[in-house]
Design a protein around this ligand. Structure first.
Ligand SMILES: NC(=O)C1=CN([C@@H]2O[C@H](COP(=O)(O)OP(=O)(O)OC[C@H]3O[C@@H](n4cnc5c(N)ncnc54)[C@H](O)[C@@H]3O)[C@@H](O)[C@H]2O)[C@@H](O)CC1
Ligand SMILES: Nc1ncnc2c1ncn2[C@@H]1O[C@H](COP(=O)(O)OP(=O)(O)O)[C@@H](O)[C@H]1O
Ligand SMILES: [K+]
Length: 520
């Protein structure tokens, strides 16, 4: 496979099909097999270096010098091959090699010898700032980075961040953990683009990875990780998969075809959260949407903006069959009141989306945790939608610990609570108790605003309510969660391609509704 654009948010380029990502351990296995399959030494590195050079020419400015910063491992070797290609084609290039050539691993050492033989200019000193390279190629560290950048490597990374030309990171931004998307220390290269080699790494899609890596490109160097025997670490949700949950409506369908949604939310002072979830549920296509506010004296019995929302008494959901037949969204703006109804909701709701204060109540009460876990044995399915702080409460950790490894924590929570977990934030992670995992590629910081989580919960409930029962209800719920996060983020990108502020709730709901008709 040749160079492939994976994520270019500014151009709304997103993966069409789901893409596999492989963590460091899995990538190392694929690398070992690919190296074994080489027909001559250095073949993979030659392909990698050529791909880097081609992309640098595409992304670099029309003039100036390519500065190629090469580290002590094979990532540096990729940079050296790229430098040789660029030099051979007559472009101005300077290479800085951090470390001694004698200590380079075999392939990188050969790349160094070849570069020298080709007359590639090497430099010791960096040009002073202000400086603008044609492009900086960050080939300091890749998959082998195990500790924070220090000394010369840190100095080169800082210099790269301060110069004003574009930066292309090879495989990973140097100073970023490829599994988690977190910086390994104080200094990390911040790239305009990253070319992932052999495999896509999960950290490029979550945590701080999106900000550090920039636009994502991929070259599998002919290794076809899609066809690998081992399972992928996770999958990046593809547009086709997400949109497949929103097929064109048939002439013969009616309201009953799309299910009932009950929103149990909006304690005193937080009516808005219930309204947003309900309105989003309407836009998401639920057949009928009922709202029971968690307030003994509800301030509203109608939404004047969306009179099609049906308000019901605070205890109406307790009627026979309601929880058993509807999809329930519980806890948005639930305050303390949600605690009281959770035992019954957990015991009865067939399909349950638990959000916000519903999650906080479970986190604070071991009995509710047991009741949540017990649902799985009875075929009752739950989707939990924590943001990192709510996930931290559920896991008994800090939110920074959750963010330090979002994928691992989403997985651990799903296993611990026997529920589908949708961990919100940049690179939303959906994990199941069976350990399958999706990472969402859409969305941006414009979603970091009040109400966007309530909207996601309502939408997810509506998407789920329209799904027929199947033999694998948990996987279905996870697909619903992944598709909902995809569409939520995609709508934000459409409403604000380059966010400088929040995507306000009404704009977001309208954009999500618009997305239903935007697919092929
Ligand atoms: N082996 C090959 O032929 C291929 C290698 N590839 C490239 O090789 C990379 C992996 O190469 P390596 O395994 O050599 O890993 P790196 O190039 O990331 O370098 C690892 C080396 O850097 C050292 N190191 C790690 N963190 C450091 C720090 N903070 N400060 C100083 N030194 C540090 C390690 O001790 C090790 O010697 C991939 O990311 C990819 O770019 C790909 O091109 C595919 C082909
Ligand atoms: N930086 C970001 N990039 C992508 N999505 C984000 C970002 N910040 C927030 N979001 C999304 O916005 C929503 C916010 O939800 P939440 O924090 O629960 O908000 P609220 O409780 O105010 O409704 C989630 O879907 C989350 O994934
Ligand atoms: K790098």
């Amino acid at each position: 496979m040749a160079l492939l654009p994976v994520l270019a948010p500014a151009r709304l380029h997103l993966p069409g099909r789901a893409l596999p990502v492989h963590d460091t351990a899995a990538s190392r296995q694929i690398e070992a097999r690919a190296l074994q399959a080489q027909t001559e030494a250095g073949q993979l590195m030659a392909r990698a270096g050529l791909a880097v050079a081609r992309l640098a020419l595409t992304l670099g400015r029309p003039e100036g010098t390519f500065w190629v910063l090469c580290g002590p491992g094979n990532n540096g070797g990729d940079g050296l091959v790229a430098a040789r290609w660029l030099h051979r084609q007559g472009h101005a290039v300077r290479v800085i090699l951090a470390g001694s050539p004698e200590q380079l691993p075999a392939d990188a050492r050969q790349a160094f010898i070849d570069a020298q033989a080709a007359g590639v200019p090497f430099a010791e000193a960096l040009p002073p700032h202000p400086f603008r390279a044609r492009a900086v190629i960050d080939a300091l560290l890749g998959l082998g980075q195990t500790r924070p950048l220090e000394g010369r490597l840190a100095e080169l990374a800082r210099w790269s961040n301060e110069q004003t030309g574009p930066v292309l990171s090879v495989d990973l931004p140097s100073g970023m953990n490829g599994d988690t998307g977190q910086p390994t220390g104080d200094v990390t290269v911040r790239a305009q683009a990253t070319l992932s080699l052999l495999t896509l790494k999960p950290g490029l899609f979550t945590g701080q990875g999106r900000d550090l890596a920039g636009a994502l490109w991929w070259d599998d160097l002919g290794a076809h990780p899609n066809q690998e025997p081992g399972p992928a670490t996770a999958w990046i949700t593809g547009e086709e998969d997400a949109r497949s949950l929103y097929p064109p409506r048939q002439h013969g369908q009616h309201k009953g075809s799309f299910g009932d949604l009950w929103v149990l939310a909006g304690a005193r002072g937080m009516t808005g959260a219930a309204l947003l979830a309900g309105r989003s549920g309407l836009a998401g296509g639920a057949g009928r949407v009922y709202v029971s506010l968690l307030d003994q004296h509800p301030p509203l019995d109608c939404d004047p903006v969306h009179p099609e929302l049906m308000f019901r008494r605070p205890d109406a959901w307790q009627a026979p069959d309601v929880l058993e037949s509807a999809t329930v969204v519980c806890g948005c703006g639930g305050g303390d009141a949600v605690r009281l109804l959770l035992p019954e909701v957990l015991a009865r709701a067939r399909r349950l989306v638990l959000d916000a204060d519903g999650l906080n109540a479970v986190a604070a009460d071991g009995g509710l945790q047991d009741a949540l876990r017990a649902r799985a044995d009875r075929g009752l399915v739950t989707v939990l939608t924590p943001h990192p702080l709510e996930a931290a409460r559920l896991a008994g950790r800090s939110s920074s610990a959750i963010q330090a490894d979002r994928i691992a924590h989403a997985r651990a929570l799903a296993a611990q609570l026997r529920a589908v977990v949708l961990l919100k934030g940049s690179g939303t992670v959906v994990a199941t108790p069976m350990d399958s995992c999706w990472i969402n590629p859409t969305g941006h910081g414009g979603l970091a605003c009040p109400g966007s989580g309530d909207i996601l919960a309502g939408w997810l409930g509506a998407t789920w309510s329209a799904q027929p029962a199947s033999g694998d209800a948990v996987t279905d719920a996870a697909r619903v969660a992944a598709a909902s996060a995809w569409l939520h983020g995609r709508a934000a990108m459409q409403a604000q391609p380059r966010p400088h502020g929040p995507v306000l709730a009404d704009t977001l709901i309208a954009a999500m509704a618009g997305q239903l008709n935007a697919g092929a």
